[in-house]
Design a protein around this ligand. Structure first.
Ligand SMILES: Cc1cc2nc3c(=O)[nH]c(=O)nc-3n(C[C@H](O)[C@H](O)[C@H](O)COP(=O)(O)OP(=O)(O)OC[C@H]3O[C@@H](n4cnc5c(N)ncnc54)[C@H](O)[C@@H]3O)c2cc1C
Length: 493
């Protein structure tokens, strides 16, 4: 369909593409039919703003839509898809600094960097997010405790404001905007360009060690003992484990190889060396694995899968350290394309991820209570992932001196209401423990929850800056309306 058929004025839109389609959160539990605008330049971003303003509807910014919930969904307007702005603009091999357009994905980045002996400083568990989306959420990796968030490793961004201005922001220039827009949920403007640091590497492989742990306490103690020298630490937790095995799991600790250790870095630094195998165990085509997984996608099946994984972890530990490709280690979840379909493929079915961030002092008690609460209520997470974090200076950041525990829950039309209630109960436990949340992994928080976890006045300052950058409130999304409404009502805005 052409843009005209949806009532979008074509004035000055030139070659701006526009389609009408179903746009959903990555977890599939939320979605709407939207007009999707696809700019390929700053000019076209400005045209998109103007067209949305004329149509009288707000727009949500979107990268590849890898946020589990609703940050790039918009029930009330258009969606601006930035994936068309995907050029790598510059790379300095000496400093390792790279400059890209905001639609460049993590996959594009590592495939460009690796043969040049570099790797992205921060990787999420999937390689598909865009740079703009990574900035919008200020994403973290399994090395957050060492290198900080995506924003910590960003030197400069260009932000296209709804007011029509293009502002270059860094720690020195427009510093408030830099610290508010990174992690700012795409509410202040559209990132069009970014310059970032990258990591020098001397091999396409990384050394990994599996450590099986019988309790959450043991896992956390291991992290604390090793976080000063490990490059990466991540813990998988069997959320079905109870009693004296509550929080049992498997840690993966990884280290970059120093220069000279890899006998043939030229070979391992090739992209082909990193590619994930096309078949699992040599037989089952990767793109069909989600079908097999769907057979286990219920409490009994996942209890068995988690138990098997726990025992496999004990065997892995006995095998000692091993080498793995960077892509294999960082993007393990991408091994199984569309694994989320195992949770159901029809609209509003799927999964939500619930990821509370809790200060070090209270984390063990809060997470133990959450795991027990889940078991009591019959909502056990099918996947639990523990990470260690450190604070950063971004206004709406989720990061802190503490921990996060990511929990995946299956959503069906039948369990939706009860699951949301369960999450609200968990939220109470987290907030009581001084914790906070990350909107890339959220679909359940309410404005009253959000009000309790930002430092006094922080969110209000962000809203003031939004009024300056976006006086007409053009940039909105489902999550923004969900977490804002109560504040805005109180302020009479
Ligand atoms: C399997 C899986 C594993 C994951 N693992 C991790 C992990 O380990 N760590 C982690 O931190 N996250 C993780 N994530 C979440 C993911 O990294 C973030 O949600 C990320 O923001 C997705 O990027 P995107 O390009 O898909 O952006 P979207 O999800 O489309 O958008 C994210 C936000 O950025 C805004 N935005 C998008 N583009 C722009 C732009 N150009 N300018 C301004 N704002 C913009 C959007 O409005 C929205 O608020 C994971 C997601 C999946 C599916």
């Amino acid at each position: 369909m052409s843009a005209e058929t949806h009532g979008l004025p074509l004035a000055r839109s030139g070659s701006l593409r526009s389609d009408y389609e179903y746009v959903e959160g990555w977890g599939m539990a939320v979605g709407h039919y939207n007009r999707v605008l696809r700019p390929r330049s700053v000019e076209e971003i400005l045209v998109s703003y103007e067209n949305a303003r004329r149509s009288g509807v707000p727009i949500a910014l979107r990268g590849t839509g890898c946020s589990y919930g609703d940050p790039s969904c918009n029930a009330e307007g258009h969606v601006l898809d930035l994936t068309g702005m995907n050029r790598i603009l510059d790379f300095d091999e000496q400093s390792g600094e790279i400059e890209v357009e905001a639609g460049v994905t993590l996959e594009q980045l590592w495939k460009f960097l690796l043969p040049r002996g570099h790797w992205p400083k921060v990787c999420s568990g999937t390689m598909f997010p865009t740079t703009g989306g990574a900035l919008g959420m200020n994403i973290h990796g399994k090395n957050n405790f060492q290198v900080g968030t995506w924003g910590d490793n960003t030197l400069e961004v260009d932000l296209v404001l709804p007011s029509g201005e293009l502002r270059t922001c860094s720690r020195e220039q427009n510093a408030d905007l830099f610290h508010a827009a990174i992690g700012g949920l795409g509410m202040l403007g559209t990132f069009s360009r970014a310059r970032m640091k990258t990591k020098r590497i001397y091999s396409g492989e990384i050394e990994v060690r599996g450590i099986s742990t019988r309790t959450l306490r043991a896992m956390m103690e291991y992290f604390e003992e090793h976080k000063s020298h490990a490059d990466y630490l991540v813990g998988w937790i069997d959320c079905f484990g109870g009693g004296d095995q509550l929080g049992r799991g498997l840690i993966h600790e990884a280290h970059y190889l120093p220069e000279g250790v890899d006998p043939d870095p030229k070979a391992s630094l090739k992209v082909g060396y990193q590619e994930l195998p096309a078949n699992i165990m040599g037989v089952l085509p990767k793109d069909q694995v989600w079908r097999a997984l769907s057979l286990f996608n219920h409490d009994l099946g996942m209890r068995a899968v988690n138990l098997a994984k726990f025992h496999a972890g004990r065997v892995e530990q006995m095998g000692g350290p091993y080498r793995q490709s960077h892509a294999g280690f960082n993007f393990l979840l991408d091994y199984v394309p569309n694994w989320k379909w195992a949770y159901g493929r029809r609209e509003r079915r799927g999964l939500i991820q619930y990821q509370p961030f809790v200060p070090d002092e209270t984390a063990h008690d809060v997470y133990s209570e959450l795991l027990k609460h889940c078991q009591r209520k019959g909502f056990v997470s099918y996947l639990g992932v523990l990470k260690r974090h450190k604070p950063d200076p971004f206004w709406l950041t989720h990061a802190l001196d503490g921990w996060s525990l990511a929990l995946d829950f299956k959503v069906t039309p039948a369990n939706r209401e009860a699951l949301w209630k369960h999450c609200h109960e968990m939220t109470e436990i987290v907030l009581e423990g001084g914790g906070k949340f990350y909107f890339a992994k959220d679909l359940v928080l309410r404005a009253r929850d959000r009000e309790r976890f930002y430092p006094e006045g922080r969110f209000e300052s962000f809203c003031d800056l939004k009024r300056e950058c976006d006086p007409d409130g053009l940039l909105q999304s489902d999550v923004w309306r969900r977490i804002c409404s109560e504040t805005e009502e109180k302020r009479g805005a």
